[in-house]
Design a protein around this ligand. Structure first.
Ligand SMILES: [Zn+2]
Length: 80
C-alpha cells in the first residue's frame, strides 16, 4: 500500500492513521510475543511452564514433571 499523508483527503488520512495505529499495535504485540522471545529461546532462555496435561506422567516409577516453553513449544521433563 502506497501512503503519502500529505496528498490524501482528510477522511482517508483519518482511516489511514487508524489503520497505522492498529498495525503498530499488532506489530508491538508480535514483537513482544514473537521475535524477542524466540531470540531468548535460541539462546536457551525458554519460558518454561508446567504442562498440566502431562504433569502426572510416570516414568520408571517416578513422577515426571513436563515443562513446555510458552513461546516456542519446546518440551523438557524432569523427575521430581
Ligand atoms: Zn522456548
Amino acid at each position: 500500500m502506497l501512503l503519502s499523508a500529505g496528498e490524501n483527503l482528510m477522511p482517508e488520512i483519518v482511516s489511514i492513521a487508524e489503520a497505522a495505529r492498529r498495525r503498530a499495535k499488532k506489530q508491538r504485540s508480535e514483537a513482544r510475543d514473537g521475535a524477542r522471545g524466540k531470540t531468548l529461546c535460541r539462546r536457551g532462555f525458554h519460558k518454561w511452564i508446567i504442562d498440566q496435561r502431562k504433569q502426572f506422567d510416570v516414568r520408571d516409577g517416578k513422577l515426571v514433571t513436563v515443562r513446555r516453553c510458552a513461546r516456542c513449544d519446546a518440551v523438557k521433563s524432569s523427575l521430581d
